[in-house]
Design a protein. Structure first.
Length: 231
């Protein structure tokens, strides 16, 4: 199986799985201690997304911030985005990517309604960061799946500097490697190491099937209309 075939197969296998199912699948593979991001990594709104990890790391800006007039700040800001707070990983986005960003917990909106939408256009399935996100009303309106540690009003200038891409990153207490499977929904975010992703999916689907069967019986007993969660 080629790398692209494996990627496509993983996206298909995880497409219908909930975070809870994947957590069970990890447990069945003796990974009880690993995978689940910290509970403070939360979605902006109730949604779900599945993708293949594409990673980036940002560090706190190491300054100093120069004294500038408002007009000078325009020029400095343009320089900053071009040289310091850059987004080179956005040029690499492939359909099916889940963007995992370590921004060192800095209170700044590295991603917002504009650049997140541009990545979504290019095929990103979702985003997760251990820092902040801004323009959240627009992100919700645009239905961009986004999980973050908090919401931030602040721009990037003099707060964050790009460090590296396509490297292991630590977000929510979990290391995500490029190529790992990321599943996220209202229960949070879970990272599945690529080397066990097929085994985890197999067990996760068994748990999902058992859950659907049991809840369908309850639906019928309560005369509830069957929905996609039990069919």
């Amino acid at each position: 199986m080629t790398a692209s075939d494996e990627r496509r197969e993983l996206l298909e296998r995880y497409a219908s799985l909930r975070v809870a199912d994947v957590r069970d699948g990890m447990d069945w593979n003796r990974m009880h201690h690993y995978g689940t991001m910290a509970p403070d990594i939360r979605p902006l709104f109730r949604t779900r997304a599945v993708g293949i990890a594409r990673t980036a790391r940002y560090l706190p800006f190491q300054g100093p911030m120069p004294t500038l007039s408002a007009d000078e700040y325009d020029q400095w800001s343009a320089w900053y985005y071009g040289e310091i707070g850059t987004y080179p990983w956005m040029q690499d986005i492939q359909p099916g990517d889940f963007i995992v960003i370590d921004q060192s917990g800095v209170d700044a909106g590295l991603m917002g309604s504009n650049n997140a939408l541009a990545g979504f256009r290019d095929g990103a399935r979702g985003y997760v960061t251990n820092g902040g996100v801004r323009d959240t009303d627009e992100l919700v309106l645009q239905k961009i799946p986004f999980w973050s540690r908090f919401i931030s009003q602040k721009m990037v200038q003099a707060r964050l500097q790009f460090d590296a891409k396509d490297i292991p990153v630590a977000v929510g207490g979990v290391v995500a490697y490029p190529g790992d499977v990321i599943v996220a929904d209202g229960d949070g975010v879970i990272v599945v190491p690529r080397k066990i992703a097929f085994d985890v999916a197999e067990r996760a689907h068994r748990e999902l099937a058992n859950d659907k069967k049991a809840r369908r019986t309850l639906y019928e007993a309560l005369d509830m209309e069957l929905d996609e969660t039990v069919l």
